[in-house]
Ligand binder design. Sequence first.
Ligand code: ADP
Length: 390
Amino acid sequence: MAAASKNGAANGKLRILLIEDNPSDAELELAELRREGFEVSSDLAQTRDEVSERLSKHSYDVVLADYNLPHFRGMETLEIMREKGLNVPVILVTGALRSMTAVECVKQGATDYVLKDNLTRLSLCVRRALAETALKEQRKRAEMQLAKKVEQLARSNSDLEQFAYVASHDLQEPLRMVAAYTQLLSERYRGKLDESADKYIAYAVEGALRMQALISDLLAFSRVGRNGAERANIECNAVVDESLKNLAAAVQESGVIITRGLLPTVHADRVQLGQLFQNLLGNAIKFCGKDTPAVELSAERQGDEWVFAVCDNGIGIASEHKEQIFVIFQRLHTRTEYSGNGVGLAICKKIVEQHGGRIWVDSQPGRGSTFRFTLPAISADRDDIHENHS
Ligand code: ADP
């Protein structure tokens, strides 16, 4: 395939294909371009075969085509170029063209048109066409670069996820050994060595157990969506019921009052959706203040999506931490204040994003938090909403 000429007009050199049956008209066009400072070289063609052959063999900056030749119509050039995958600007140079026809030609892909009795416009049209082509090429190059970057990013993301998965998975076994044997040491030799030995062994046991918890959370995080989500139409009410069953101990201990609005049916992975509700409800109960915790769960249809809200009356979050809390292992408190490893919200974010939604928090310290997330709605009607049955 012949590419556009490398010369371009940047250095004043111009390679053109002239589709013209009248030699004196062709000469006039070339003279006009030279007069305007172009260093022009050209080929002439008059029939479909000639046009096709020239375009295949050579590369041109621009095509100047007469609208009507005895055996060819200038506009056919566009069709030939389309077949060849070429994108050279075509300027119609014609004796007379009704303005309607001219507009139609431009609509069909001609770059511009010039009347033969007004050739002084020619160089302006050529310059404009060249600038447009250069811009198009620039845009195409930028798009290609962007696509390459996106691909690189996706690849490095998946490499990273694979690394986290393999590392956390393979570390489990040796860590299990360390934890088991330090625990054994602690049981067998407590009080039999000196006091420092007991202390050191206790630290080692604690460290190993803590590392086990972190590794297992990291594994849980990297497992989200790893085997492909199994999507189905899921009734959120039923999923929330299950999540609350899993949180029964915390619910009972805290005395939390939970209110639930109308929740829809969504197209989602049941297990992941359960994890999402459980993490958010669990946090809403865990990060309560001095008052009895109160949690409100609701969903509101906004356009093509559902916006879910989990609202609590707990300790709240300072605005500078609103993004940070969704990053894995990021916590705002020590484990003695509130238990946890800082993985729950990172998992929530991953689940929501894998379902095509967003998650964020609105909060004021000391006045509670509202975690919101979106999920795509199944259909335009409201059949996907169900009465609260808690
Ligand atoms: P974890 O609960 O194990 O700490 P998360 O990822 O679930 O991990 O939460 C990260 C941090 O976000 C928590 O440590 C806490 O500081 C803050 N957070 C999460 N949910 C709430 C909430 N409902 N109210 C106040 N702070 C919260």
